[in-house]
Every structure is written in structure tokens, then in C-alpha cells.
Write a protein that binds this ligand. Structure first.
Ligand SMILES: Nc1ncnc2c1ncn2[C@@H]1O[C@H](COP(=O)(O)OP(=O)(O)OP(=O)(O)O)[C@@H](O)[C@H]1O
Ligand SMILES: [Mg+2]
Length: 361
């Protein structure tokens, strides 16, 4: 795969507020890349800079190796679908989709065939003459997609396009989007603050916070190997606990020493204070006294396929979140055990203010 878009050292301030703190990002051709992060972290601003609706204060934007930092939005080979995709209510579906082609003075024949093709791609064949107010929310969302893809962009920028839909419809549309991307064979840059959406659809997830990129990688990498507590916390339910390296590949958490797979070579020498992530599904329950540490179950919830339990460790400092298929009772004393490869060691952030990206080496 070859690189299609590159952001280099993008800095953006609004008034005196730093919104993007030097964003470096590479997007490859045909990739489904998702920008994921909490509200206000700079996702939309990043997208608007790629689209050309916003100019960075510092840094460059490249497309296919060419510097497009100062290229006007309408000349860029990208199209955007916004969260508020406002269709024209007084035009029918076909006219909505045809609008941008009319502006470009395409012939009626070409317009008709491209609109037809776009409708087919979004699974709304034959909807040309429908009125906008006769469509469901999901159908309107598809029309918004059709309106963008009819321009045959090389990149589609999608800013929380499913935000307005209810959960079930959103999940359906997630599959639709992936199918659509594969059929079109184009690059998608997608914004969401929903971690599940990001993990389901993307080839690459870019986790942002406070104008910094925290981590980028495949969904699997981001989930299994979060680089810091922010990413671990944002990506799913986790146990994030303070620890300290006590030996090569041994970490001490809450008074107990655990073998792990990180050491000096990975940047975690003995005595270094660290954050540790252990996923709730990676803690095994064993008989009391037979594991690495002990605790008492203080609460239990059945959530569909498994139980979720809170376990107070015996020395009383850490409450562990566990997910387990087996039924255990509140008040029960249990032993717990975790495999070394399921103990994820992370750098502690330097300071809260600088956000978690500044790591203390
Ligand atoms: N035109 C503007 N003028 C001033 N401040 C702005 C402007 N646009 C964005 N901001 C600020 O920049 C920060 C980042 O905004 P941005 O829209 O990129 O966030 P976001 O990650 O898309 O958030 P959300 O998930 O809520 O859409 C916010 O603090 C926002 O208030
Ligand atoms: Mg936004």
C-alpha cells in the first residue's frame, strides 16, 4: 500500500487556545482510518484541515506526495459527510444527489447514470423520486453518503456520520460502511467518539486526546497494547493500576509480584514506576490460596453472556474488575491468576496538564 495523505507537524490554535499540538499522521490508499477521542480533542479540526476548510498555523498537508496545504477545498480530491448532513428538503432524493454534478455542468445522461449507480451502492435502488421527508433516519444517512460518493472522491471524510442514529441502526450501518468502502475501493477517514465503532470498522485507529495523537495502530494493537492509561481507559473496561518494576520482567502491584513480558529492553527497567493494565477477561478465578493473589467478591452483575464482578483484593487497596463465564457469589473468597502476556506495562504520564502523551523516560 502506498501513502495517500500525510499530515506533518500540524498545529492549530483558535484565539489563544492550542487545539492541535503537532499532529503527524499517515493515511495509506484504501485504508479505513478512524480518529477516535473524547469531545473537543480536535477530531473535526483535523478533518477540516484535510478537507481544506481550515488552514493550519504550522505544518503541512500532503496528498499523493504533493503539498496541498494551501489548495482550496473545492480542488481537493476529497468529499466530506458531516454529522449534520442537512439534505435539501425541497428536492427529491435524485436531485439531492445530483446537486454537485449540476454545479459542475455535467450532462443529463451522465448525471442520471451516476445518481443511479450511487443509489445502488447505498442499497437504495430506485429511490430517485422519493421525497426527503418520506425517508427514515437510516435512509437519509445513506442519501448523504450517496451525495458524497457520486463525486467519485479518492477519499471520503466522515465526521460522526452515524451519530444521529439509534444503536441498532448504527450497528447495521457499520457493516454497510465497510461494504461500501470495499466496493468503492477508496480511502475512508472516519471520526467517532465510540470505541466500539472504531474497533469494528477500522484498519487503523488513531486515538486522540487534547490535540495530541496518543496512539495509532490496528484495532487489535490498540486494544491489546495500549501505550498509556488514557488509551487503555478509553478503549474499554480495564483494570488500570499503579505498579513498580522490581526486577527484569517482574512488576509489583499492590504488594504482589507478577512476572510480565516487559523489561529494560522495552523501556521498563527495575525501580521504574509504571501504570499497569489488566483486562477483566484476562483474570482467571482459581480456588482461594491457589492463585497469585486473593480477594473477596463484592459485587456481581450478569451481562448477557458473562458475569462482571468487582473483587476487593485481600490487602484492601485495589478493586479488580473481572469478567467470567462462571457463576460466583458475592462474599465468596477467591484466588486470582493472570498470564504474564496479559499484563500490559505502560509509561506513566509526565503530568496531567500535558496529557498522557508526554512520557517520562
Ligand atoms: N472555529 C472555532 N473557533 C474557536 N474554537 C474552535 C473552533 N472550532 C473548534 N474549536 C475548539 O477546538 C477544540 C477542538 O474542536 P473539534 O471540533 O476539533 O473537536 P472534536 O474532537 O471534533 O469534538 P466533538 O467530538 O465534540 O465533535 C474544541 O475545544 C473547540 O471548542
Ligand atoms: Mg467533532
Amino acid at each position: 500500500m502506498s501513502e495517500l495523505i500525510r499530515l506533518e507537524g500540524i498545529v492549530k490554535r483558535f484565539d489563544d487556545t492550542m487545539v492541535l499540538n503537532g499532529i503527524d499522521l499517515s493515511v495509506e490508499e484504501n485504508q479505513f482510518v478512524t480518529l477516535l477521542g473524547p469531545s473537543g480533542c480536535g477530531k473535526t479540526t483535523t478533518l477540516r484541515i484535510i478537507a481544506g476548510f481550515e488552514t493550519p498555523d504550522e505544518g503541512r498537508v500532503f496528498f499523493d506526495g504533493k503539498d496541498i496545504t494551501n489548495m482550496p477545498a473545492n480542488e481537493r480530491p476529497v468529499n466530506t459527510v458531516f454529522q449534520n448532513y442537512a439534505l435539501f428538503p425541497h428536492m427529491n432524493v435524485g436531485e439531492n444527489i445530483a446537486f454537485s454534478l449540476r454545479v459542475k455542468n455535467k450532462s443529463e445522461d451522465e448525471i442520471r447514470s451516476r445518481v443511479k449507480k450511487a443509489l445502488k451502492l447505498v442499497n437504495l435502488k430506485g429511490f430517485e423520486n422519493r421525497r426527503i421527508d418520506q425517508l427514515s433516519g437510516g435512509q437519509q444517512q445513506r442519501i448523504a453518503m450517496a451525495r458524497a460518493i457520486v463525486n467519485e472522491p479518492r477519499v471520503l471524510l466522515l465526521d460522526e456520520p452515524l451519530g444521529a442514529l439509534d444503536l441498532k441502526l448504527r450497528q447495521e450501518m457499520e457493516y454497510e460502511l465497510v461494504r461500501l468502502k470495499n466496493e468503492l475501493g477508496i480511502t475512508f477517514i472516519y471520526i467517532t467518539h465510540d470505541q466500539e465503532e472504531a474497533l469494528t470498522m477500522s484498519d487503523k485507529v488513531v486515538v486522540m486526546n487534547e490535540g495530541y495523537i496518543q496512539q495509532e495502530g490496528s484495532p487489535q494493537e490498540i486494544y491489546d497494547e495500549p501505550v498509556n492509561a488514557f488509551v487503555a481507559d478509553f478503549i474499554g473496561d480495564s483494570n488500570i493500576v499503579p505498579g513498580q518494576m522490581v526486577d527484569e520482567r517482574v512488576v509489583k502491584i499492590d504488594g504482589v509480584e507478577y512476572p510480565c513480558i516487559d523489561g529494560t529492553e522495552e523501556g521498563f527497567p527495575p525501580r521504574r514506576r509504571v501504570d499497569v493494565v489488566i483486562r477483566p477477561e484476562d483474570i482467571d478465578i482459581v480456588p482461594y490460596g491457589k492463585g497469585q493473589w486473593n480477594g473477596t467478591i463484592i459485587s456481581k452483575l450478569f451481562i448477557g453472556v458473562h458475569y462482571e464482578m468487582l473483587v476487593q483484593s485481600e490487602d484492601g487497596k485495589v478493586e479488580w474488575l473481572l469478567q467470567n463465564y462462571d457463576q460466583h457469589d458475592v462474599g465468596e473468597k477467591i484466588g486470582m491468576k493472570v498470564d504474564p502476556e496479559n499484563i500490559q506495562i505502560m509509561h506513566k504520564p509526565k503530568s496531567d496538564a500535558e496529557s498522557a502523551i508526554e512520557i517520562d523516560l
